[in-house]
Design a binder for this molecule. Structure first.
Ligand SMILES: Nc1ncnc2c1ncn2[C@@H]1O[C@H](COP(=O)(O)OP(=O)(O)OP(=O)(O)O)[C@@H](O)[C@H]1O
Ligand SMILES: [Mg+2]
Length: 324
């Protein structure tokens, strides 16, 4: 058995843009462009990048909640890209997702007990009444909610508690892999740490593997073993957290991380301000997509798309002119 739970190879997702009188295809957004990465069992890969760079599209495409345009998704040694809906059902039990908004993702008319029982119902788990109830109480206990939560409705809970309900719902089917799409971004800062710590404890206890998407680079550094950076649909750099935060090779990563305040530099003294806006993903610039904003860009960067450089097998980046 491979040490990797999930291996993504050359994954692409194009969204066609339709327009005109007859709704013909007039272009496409390359939301995810030739992305490859692996996640080991029990590991957390953080995923960062500016709004619209394709993080959510990538996360959902891996679970085939959005159909990828091409590529391979190897989960537990099997390529699931061509699995039929029936085959996907069995795999989906092992791959779950937690969303950013714990308000929108819970049905307000269902009790917490029914919300947690629904995925078990779909997958035919714990079908008799006694074991079902036992499992429901176990789930509440795992996410540190009281057992009387079973008969309550989502509106009776705070944002942090609702996110715990969403986590319990994801755990209900005993997954191995969870895509966490900005799971704490909508929560108060004081609550964020509790939910992040809960996710880390659950990961340890249950041997979970995470793809953790977030804007907050501090949170990502805290929870992730390795971190990947996306820019305009491309994965431009991946490395161990400490390596990436300390020795970024790609100028975009460097600029992104320079925005984190450090006590030693009294705030944002070392901050790199990028010129210009993010280009449209419908019409990306030639060569390296970052070149119009890059202070290190050369003629080569304007002409060719940089291949992946693999430094000692643990640090990959797409840049012709990396930072030393
Ligand atoms: N259903 C869709 N149809 C057309 N374009 C889409 C669709 N979903 C996403 N896109 C486009 O794909 C690109 C990537 O979007 P995505 O939501 O994956 O970004 P993101 O990195 O998750 O952003 P954020 O940080 O704001 O959540 C964007 O340009 C977006 O407009
Ligand atoms: Mg998103």
């Amino acid at each position: 058995m491979s040490e990797y739970l999930i291996e993504v190879k050359n994954l692409c997702k194009k969204f066609p843009i339709k327009g005109g009188l007859f709704g013909r295809e007039i272009g496409a957004v390359n939301a995810v462009n030739n992305v490859s990465f692996k996640i080991k069992k029990g590991e957390t890969l953080g995923l960062v990048g500016e709004s619209g760079c394709g993080k959510t599209t990538l996360g959902r495409s891996i679970l085939r909640l959005i159909e990828p345009s091409s590529g391979e998704i190897i989960f537990n040694g099997k390529n699931i890209i061509d699995y039929t809906p029936a085959e996907m059902r069995a795999v989906r039990r092992k791959m779950q997702i937690i969303f950013q908004d714990p308000y929108a993702s819970l049905n307000p008319r269902m009790t917490v007990g029914d919300i947690l029982a629904e995925p078990m119902e779909i997958h035919g788990l714990h079908t008799d009444k006694v074991t079902r109830r036992k499992r429901l109480l176990e789930l509440l206990n795992q996410v540190q909610l009281p057992s009387d939560a079973l008969n309550k409705y989502p509106h009776e809970f705070s944002g942090g508690q609702r996110q715990r309900i969403c986590i319990a719902r994801a755990l209900a089917v005993e997954p191995e892999f969870i895509v966490c799409d900005e799971p704490v971004s909508a929560l108060d800062v004081s609550v964020q740490a509790q939910v992040v710590n809960l996710l880390m404890d659950l990961q340890k206890d249950l041997g979970l593997t995470f793809l953790f998407i977030a804007h907050d680079l501090k949170v990502v550094e805290y929870i992730s073993n390795r971190v990947a950076v996306m820019y305009l649909g491309n994965m431009i750099e991946v490395a161990e957290s400490s390596e990436l935060y300390g020795h970024a090779k790609h100028p975009y990563t460097k600029a992104l991380f320079s925005a984190i305040p450090h006590a030693s530099t009294h705030g944002r003294a070392g901050r790199i301000i990028l010129e210009g806006d993010i280009p449209s993903p419908m019409n990306p610039p030639n060569g390296c997509h970052f070149n119009p904003r890059c202070w290190n860009a050369t003629d080569e960067c304007r002409k060719s798309f940089p291949p992946i450089t693999d430094q000692s097998g643990t640090h990959q980046f797409r840049c012709f002119n990396p930072i030393n």
